[in-house]
Design a protein. Structure first.
Lengths: 603, 81
């Protein structure tokens, strides 16, 4: 049923357009005006996306402090970008990446609904009263020069300017089209009064917004049609209410690929707009009176229906916010109840998704969290493969004593666990990194992604190394078999120590931790290898170790050594500074691989 | 890693800085790096005070020594920058 609807929707829309063009050439101008307007919005979005990775993300991060802050951010950003849909999609993306809280996201969505009303004011107060097409052409001419510049920010300004130019041009063509159209057709013949009119036109407004994917475009269409008297004021009010319902579709589409938090926010958006629309429809008469009262008060002419519609649009969205803000905590509790936390399936990504892939800041943040998740899975598996238990190790005062006492083999199919908990997640991480690198990222972000990929690679490799030594290690440590048991326990102990250091890094205050804290562990991994080699030689001379035992152990010790190095490197790459002056300092002060080789040969 | 290596790395950094390929290090950045290292040093010293096992004490002392060297290098870097 759904697929039949999807398949027929496009031909139906194209059919209506062609039929309209055939009936009236002026309809062509209106449709072209809408198309140019929507194209302008796309360019505006592209323009603002050029600034993503800096300004926008920093603002969003700060908009989490309080309801008032997030609400103000929603109003301001939507006013600047003239697209509540873009702000909603960004909020969903940031929430999915864990950059902002659900409460902040809801506040931003509420604010975006107020911010979007500025569009109606701009069109009704400026667009219809000033010949804005006179501004559009010079704006377009200047914008194209900026679009071809090398600087990302100049290109961004160029796209924004071009976007605004196309918006103005679109409004101009819609206005011209409606003015000519009214000489041929009188659409007011289709005007409906009463409850039926309210319902029908609300549905038409919602449907038009779903098709155009922009309530802003619907509002401009309504205002221009209203200004030339092609629709009645009463029906225009219902259309505006419908546009508010239809606009939620963009957020719902955006949330389809988001995690449970993104879905919660899309539901909040739907609830807010539905409640607001319900209240507006119920209180339509008092709201009309309020519009007349306010319009009289601010000097709007009684017959300036375009401006009166802007007043109405603002009042009913403000009313929605006033009604919903006191219920915000209840709304959040409802969202959490209705869309529960994602089942803690550790083999699936928790943070990376298509929804976070659109913005550099969310890409990096979500990826870092996902790799920390991979590391947590890997460490748990490594410890189980070493017949150790995570919580017991972290609580142990004496790691060596704990490892020596842990003789009982842990019942686990390491290969199956690797496939399920490491490989599946690692593949998703690699796919996400590849897709992100194919996008338009700054050089510093590309470097960060490469470093994070190395962190994931090293951690996966550590698991593989430990898989190799598990069989012999279990065999020689389940009972005390003399020197060979002590040797294997030494490798287990050193690995356990590295894991404890990795845990300390993960738990440290992000503002205070430094990858330089792990320098001693980097050097130590090599020292352990050299010390064990010497010790095995002495044991063989003494006859305490047989040749086959020594060979097996040295092979396994090499796996153990590589696993230690991989764990430490994975942790360093995950938590080291990746950009800017602090990263430069860490790079200058850190020992490089050659220095570590020197430790081995001199120890 | 000796001071010879750090001098080489600093040279490389300065060449990249001139070429516009590196971020400029200011004294407050180095102060922050030193603060991170001294925080860790203090934690390790605290752990050392509470440790009686000789082998663990030896490992902690080695770790403190490595961190101390890092701090000295950072202080040297601060003068050079």
């Amino acid at each position: 049923m759904k697929s039949i609807f999807k398949r027929t929707l496009l031909p139906v829309i194209l059919g209506i357009l062609v039929f309209g063009f055939w009936i009236s050439p002026d309809f062509q101008e209106i449709a072209a005006g809408v198309a140019i307007f929507l194209f302008g919005m796309l360019m505006l979005e592209d323009g603002f996306n050029q600034f993503s990775g800096g300004f926008l993300e920093k603002l969003l991060e700060r908009a989490t402090g309080s309801t008032f802050k997030s609400l103000s951010f929603g109003v301001l950003s939507t006013t600047i970008m003239q697209s509540s849909s873009l702000v909603s999609v960004i909020a969903i993306s940031f929430l999915s990446a864990g950059l902002i809280s659900l409460a902040a996201g809801v506040g931003i969505i509420f604010g975006a609904n107020i911010g979007t009303t500025t569009g109606a004011w701009l069109v009704a107060g400026f667009g219809l009263k000033v010949k804005i097409s006179a501004y559009a052409l010079p704006m377009l001419a200047i914008s194209i020069i900026l679009v071809f510049q090398k600087s990302k920010y100049l290109r961004g300004i160029g796209y924004v300017l071009a976007g605004l130019g196309f918006l103005f041009l679109g409004i101009h063509h819609m206005k011209e089209g409606f003015e000519a159209f009214k000489d041929q057709f009188d659409l007011t013949r289709f005007a409906m009064t009463g409850i039926l009119g309210l319902m029908v036109y609300t549905l038409v407004g919602a449907a038009a917004t779903v098709v155009m994917q922009s309530s802003h475009a619907t509002m401009v269409l309504i205002i221009t049609a209203l200004a030339v008297g092609q629709i009645s004021y009463e029906n225009a009010l219902a259309l505006a209410i419908g546009a508010n319902i239809g606009t939620t579709i963009t957020a719902i589409i955006g949330a389809m690929t988001a995690n449970f938090q993104g879905k919660r926010l899309a539901l909040a958006h739907l609830i807010f707009n539905m409640v607001t629309a319900g209240v507006a429809l119920t209180l339509i008469s008092p709201l009309r009176d309020a519009v007349d009262f306010i319009s009289d008060g601010v000097g709007i002419r009684p017959d300036d229906y375009a401006l009166k519609l802007a007043v109405f649009h603002t009042i009913f969205n403000l009313l929605g916010v006033v009604l919903m803000v006191p219920m915000m905590q209840k709304l959040i509790a409802f969202l959490i109840r209705t869309i529960p936390d994602a089942t803690p399936d550790v083999s699936k990504p928790h943070y990376i998704s298509e929804a976070v892939a659109g913005f550099p800041a969310t890409i990096e943040l979500a990826l870092r969290k996902e790799i920390a998740h991979l590391q947590s899975n890997a460490i748990e598996l490594i410890l189980h493969a070493l017949n150790l238990r995570q919580h017991e190790l972290y609580a142990a005062q004496d790691i060596e004593a704990y490892v020596t006492a842990s003789r009982k083999p842990y019942e686990i199919d390491v290969e199956a666990s690797y496939e399920q908990r490491i490989k599946a997640l690692y593949s998703e991480i690699l796919e996400f990194i590849t897709t992100s690198l194919a996008g338009d990222l700054e050089e510093t972000s590309v470097q960060s992604l490469h470093q994070l990929r190395r962190s994931a690679e090293e951690m996966v490799r550590a698991v593989k190394e430990v898989k190799h030594l598990r069989a012999n290690m279990s065999r020689f440590t389940k009972t005390d078999q003399g020197e060979i048991t002590r040797l294997y326990n030494r490798v287990r102990t050193e690995l356990a120590r590295m894991i404890v250091e990795a845990k300390k890094m993960a738990d440290a205050d992000p503002e205070m931790r430094s990858s330089l804290w792990l320098e001693e562990e980097r050097l130590r991994a090599k020292k352990v290898k050299a010390e064990l080699g010497d010790y095995v030689e002495k044991l063989m001379i003494k006859g305490a170790l047989t040749g086959p035992q020594a060979t097996s152990f040295l092979n396994d010790a090499a796996y153990g050594y590589r696993a230690m190095k991989d764990i430490i490197d994975a942790t360093r790459f995950l938590y080291s500074e990746q950009q800017g002056p602090m990263a430069e300092i860490e790079h200058i002060l850190a020992a490089d691989e050659d220095d570590i080789e020197t430790v081995e040969t001199t120890s | 890693m000796g001071f010879k290596d750090i001098v080489e790395r600093l040279d490389k950094y300065q060449r990249r800085l001139v070429g516009g390929k590196a971020a400029k290090i200011k004294s407050h950045h180095i102060e922050k790096a030193i603060e991170k290292l001294t925080t860790k040093e203090a934690q390790l010293k605290e752990e050392l005070r509470e440790t009686t096992k000789p082998e663990k004490r030896r490992r902690l002392e080695e770790k403190i020594s490595t961190i101390r060297t890092q701090i000295e290098k950072a202080e040297w870097l601060s003068k050079e920058i």
